[in-house]
Design a protein around this ligand. Structure first.
Ligand SMILES: Cc1cc2nc3c(=O)[nH]c(=O)nc-3n(C[C@H](O)[C@H](O)[C@H](O)COP(=O)(O)OP(=O)(O)OC[C@H]3O[C@@H](n4cnc5c(N)ncnc54)[C@H](O)[C@@H]3O)c2cc1C
Length: 436
């Protein structure tokens, strides 16, 4: 392949205590938490709205806040949920504490909380590069937007891009995949004109049961039995979720194998999945009375990504630790979703329900030799199974909150992320409401 060399001078347009890259469930709470601890904070996001997979991917519901009747994710994420509910944009499904939501009000509620915390937003800005010193310090990140290339400096950086973009650019070692396939991509879509008052849909669109898969079994069984004659593309579930509007459901059903960190693979998957959305809407309309008047009201801005890169952190959470509820000395958050691995080919899914909520160590958010870099959300250090539970939104919000508080403490103390005062961090998180 022919290579060209591009060298350019980039203006440093901002200098902060903390720069957070990626404004999904992890990044938003990292930014708010750091700012509320007194840090000056910038939040970089490639889209013109916040929420990551929840809004760009229309991924719902937001799982899991409550387990065995105890709140497992508290603090600022829970404040967000209560505020979203008060705005009419969220509905907390008891007893599990999964949250159904209106994706537009989700964006608005997050934006208000971020701006109220005093965070400087760089929206429509794509993280494209970084400068790392010989001591492993991230000196700045480079972003691209309509102003051109710009650099942001910070004392501490938090990678919340989901795909560990910043960590990968900085040269952080990633988890080996050991030849195992990545979980598939799925494009969510919203169907309007659905009979949401029918018993089948009314039951399926509330994800409120502990210990059971909430897919719509009668439709699944029909589709599996008639897959060939219906010319069904690969599918999972289907799962339907209320968007809080009569006649509308968010549908999680499409499924394809791809590596979303490979642009060509991801492009092809986006195109396949968009075709599949319309094919599946036809199948539902033509075969189920509840959907006979339905139409595609919207398709997610991006295909949903379940799994890509994760860092090899100071500690990698294992499934054994996770499932046994092992309590680390540096536990900073929790996870309570089942271990949930979707097959790359076919319609199956492996689900292990947890006996107790799991703990997450701070060391899963940092790598050796990178003194001012944290990660949170989907790119934390976990083996494949532990990750398959931790990837859900409430868990990502919890690690985001912890990373934000830790980053603010490091910026203030002038210490490395490896030498943060763990006792003080845990106490601060508990004071915020984290269920540790
Ligand atoms: C099909 C599917 C079903 C799911 N089902 C559920 C469910 O039922 N319940 C649940 O709670 N969770 C579910 N999840 C998981 C959950 O949505 C995600 O794992 C979670 O949103 C990850 O949060 P995050 O903040 O780590 O990353 P993301 O939500 O991916 O956010 C990352 C943010 O970073 C931005 N970004 C990325 N790269 C760059 C860059 N280079 N420059 C600038 N910005 C960048 C993105 O635009 C995005 O806003 C599902 C996911 C999928 C795909």
């Amino acid at each position: 392949m022919k290579n060209i060399t591009v060298s350019k001078s980039v203006p440093v347009v901002g200098s902060y205590d903390v720069v957070v890259c990626g404004a999904g469930p992890a990044g938003v709470f990292a930014a708010i938490a750091a700012a509320r601890e007194g840090a000056s904070v910038a939040l970089v996001e490639r889209f013109g709205f916040l929420g990551g997979m929840a809004t760009a991917g229309l991924v719902m519901p937001l799982s899991v806040f409550i387990y065995q009747n105890k709140r497992v994710i508290g603090g600022i994420p829970w404040e967000f949920i209560e505020r979203l509910e008060a705005m009419g944009g969220g509905y907390i499904e008891k007893p599990l504490g999964n949250v159904a939501f209106d994706p537009e009000l989700y964006k608005l509620c997050m934006q208000r909380m971020v701006l109220e915390a005093g965070v400087t937003l760089y929206m429509n800005s794509y993280l494209t590069g970084t400068v790392v010193g010989t001591d492993g310090r991230v000196e700045c990140v480079v972003i691209e937007n309509k102003n051109g290339s710009e650099a942001l400096e910070a004392k501490v950086f938090i990678d919340c891009t989901g795909d560990a973009d910043l960590a990968a650019m900085a040269g952080v070692e990633m988890q080996p995949m050991n030849g195992e396939p990545l979980q598939p991509l799925s494009t969510y879509f919203i169907l309007a004109g659905v009979d949401t008052s029918s018993p089948l849909i009314a039951e399926a669109m509330h994800h409120n049961k502990q210990g059971v898969n909430c897919h719509c079994l009668p439709i699944r069984e029909y589709l599996l039995e008639h897959a060939e004659e219906l010319n069904m593309p690969e599918f999972g579930g289907p799962w339907f979720c209320t968007t809080l509007h009569e006649g509308c459901v968010a549908v999680n059903m499409t499924r394809t194998a791809a590596d979303a960190c490979d642009n060509r693979d991801y492009t092809a998957a986006e195109c396949r999945l968009r075709e599949d959305v319309y094919r599946m809407a036809d199948v539902l309309r033509n075969n189920f009375a509840e959907f006979k008047n339905c139409y595609v009201a919207s398709v997610a801005t991006q295909a949903g990504i379940r799994e890509t890169r994760r860092i090899k952190g100071v500690h990698t959470m294992t499934a054994e630790e996770y499932m046994s509820g092992y309590r680390y000395e540096d536990s900073i958050s929790r996870g309570a979703h089942p271990i949930d691995i979707h097959a790359t080919k076919g319609s199956s899914q492996v689900t292990h329900f947890l006996e107790q909520a799991a703990y997450v160590p701070y060391r899963a958010l940092i790598a050796n030799n990178y003194p001012n870099l944290l990660v949170a959300g989907r790119c934390l250090s976990a083996d494949r199974k532990a990750f398959a539970s931790m990837r859900v939104q409430a868990s990502c919000m919890g690690t985001g909150q912890a990373a934000g508080v830790a980053a603010a403490m490091c910026a203030k103390a002038g210490c490395s992320v490896q030498s943060v005062d763990i006792g003080a961090l845990v106490e601060r998180l508990k004071a915020l409401g984290a269920a540790l």
